[in-house]
Write a protein that binds this ligand. Structure first.
Ligand SMILES: Nc1ncnc2c1ncn2[C@@H]1O[C@H](COP(=O)(O)OP(=O)(O)OP(=O)(O)O)[C@@H](O)[C@H]1O
Ligand SMILES: [Mg+2]
Length: 427
């Protein structure tokens, strides 16, 4: 495309050159000043774009038009006994057209008036030699009127095409934006699909593991009872089996919790109240370094459509992750809750910024996968449960780098008022 444009411009340049060569070959041929001016016009025509771009906005084009008026005036001076009668006067169309192409209507008229004034200036030396007749004045007026006529037509055309270009540019930007949105939606859909497939698999596996676990647990308890008095060491070992099986059972139950279909029973509720409760309970159980929690709730927030229990689970998982990321050193957790507008609806936006080490970019997509964990004792189910609950709420969650090194999670819950309005509109 760029190459085609380039070829087209050089082709047009060639036509220009031929046109100027034609002018150079026409009388007066031996007038070197004329040939020099034509050469200058050719050079200016070739490099006008570059020259104009040296200056900010329209100023560059102003200089180009001014130069063209000067050169046209010089050409007239060297192509006729009496300059005002020179047959080369249409050369003034050059600056007039350039102005019409690059300026608005008023600018075009002003530049055309300046070009006309430059041409009319030759009236003065002519009047020194000859008497001014009515016909010659009429002829001059006619020529000038045609300058204006041509300027107005070209300017109208140029303005129209400029507007069209702007419209296409806007359209292209809108298209690029919708493309970005589409890609985001596709990425989210892929994530959900992966979650669903892995969920089904883990549910099947957990189910199969549960039964043998029950048998092992029962057997170890019986062993424990039988050996209680006779063999203390074996009894202790049987005790380990039993307690580890308990741990495994708990884990399997968590998997099944994760895999079981969720049903959010949403009601209009204050997100801030749920958040306060979770912040308090996580802080009470925290055994690591000191964490400073800074809350910023926008006053007068509408309630959100949430299932309180599930929403609590979302906050617990995210806040626990934030605390764990800040670890022994502690740090700062910022919680912001506000109102926002997303994808054509009112939402409650929850932002959690921690001052932990952050998440490397290549892991940002994976952290929502089940069983993805970087922690020694982690299961890797926290965020996949969060993601599932957010889907169930018709909300969204995304992760991005926070100021400094930390991590930011941004959640959208549908605002209650918007949902109620939609329901009313739908009925
Ligand atoms: N705030 C955070 N800062 C840095 N890394 C994080 C943060 N939140 C999550 N992660 C990364 O995402 C991974 C997955 O988190 P997720 O909560 O799903 O699992 P987990 O915390 O490892 O285990 P669990 O199932 O016990 O929650 C974590 O192991 C950690 O690497
Ligand atoms: Mg976690």
């Amino acid at each position: 495309m760029a190459e085609a444009k380039h070829l087209k411009t050089s082709w047009m340049d060639l036509v220009w050159m031929l046109f100027l060569v034609g002018l150079a070959l026409l009388p007066p041929v031996k007038e070197y000043h004329k040939q020099l001016v034509l050469l200058a016009i050719a050079v200016l025509q070739l490099f006008e774009g570059k020259l104009a771009n040296l200056f900010p906005r329209r100023r560059g084009w102003g200089y180009v038009v001014l130069l063209k008026i000067l050169l046209a005036t010089l050409l007239i001076d060297h192509t006729g006994e009496l300059s005002i009668n020179s047959s080369y006067y249409p050369i003034y169309y050059l600056p007039v057209f350039t102005a019409a192409l690059h300026f608005e209507a008023l600018g075009t008229l002003i530049w055309t008036a300046i070009a006309s004034a430059a041409y009319s200036a030759y009236l003065y030396p002519a009047m020194q030699q000859y008497e001014l007749t009515r016909e010659s004045v009429a002829e001059l007026a006619l020529r000038i009127l045609f300058f204006f006529l041509a300027a107005v037509i070209i300017n109208q055309f140029a303005t129209k095409s400029r507007r069209q270009t702007e419209r296409y540019q806007r359209l292209a930007e809108e298209l690029a934006e919708s493309n970005r949105q589409l890609e985001k939606a596709q990425a989210e859909a892929r994530r959900s699909e992966r979650l669903a497939a892995l969920g089904q698999m883990s549910a099947g596996l957990a189910h199969e593991i549960r039964n043998p676990l029950g048998v092992i647990k029962g057997s170890s308890e019986m062993l424990n009872e039988k050996l209680a008095n006779s063999d203390p060491l074996s009894s202790e070992l049987a005790g380990y089996i039993s307690s580890e099986v308990n741990r495994l059972s708990a884990l399997v139950t968590r998997f099944l919790d994760f895999a079981r279909p969720l049903h959010a029973h949403t009601h209009p509720q204050e997100v801030t109240a749920v958040m306060d409760r979770v912040l308090k309970s996580v802080a009470e159980q925290w055994k690591g370094g000191p964490v400073r929690v800074m809350k910023n709730y926008v006053p007068g927030l509408p309630p959100a459509m949430i299932d309180e229990g599930l929403c609590e689970q979302v906050f617990v998982n995210l806040i626990q992750n934030a605390y764990e990321a800040m670890g022994e050193n502690g740090g700062e957790l910022q919680v912001e809750i506000s109102k926002a507008w997303s994808e054509g609806r009112n939402v409650i936006e929850v932002r959690l910024d921690d001052s932990g080490p952050g998440i490397p970019e290549e892991l940002r997509e994976q952290i929502f996968n089940p069983f993805f964990t970087t922690k020694k004792t982690g299961v890797g189910l926290g965020l996949s449960i969060v993601s599932k609950i957010m889907d169930e709420h018709h909300g969204s969650i995304r992760v991005e780098p926070a100021a400094g090194n930390g991590t930011r999670f941004v959640l959208y819950f549908p605002a209650a008022s918007a949902t109620v309005e939609n329901e009313v509109a739908a009925t």
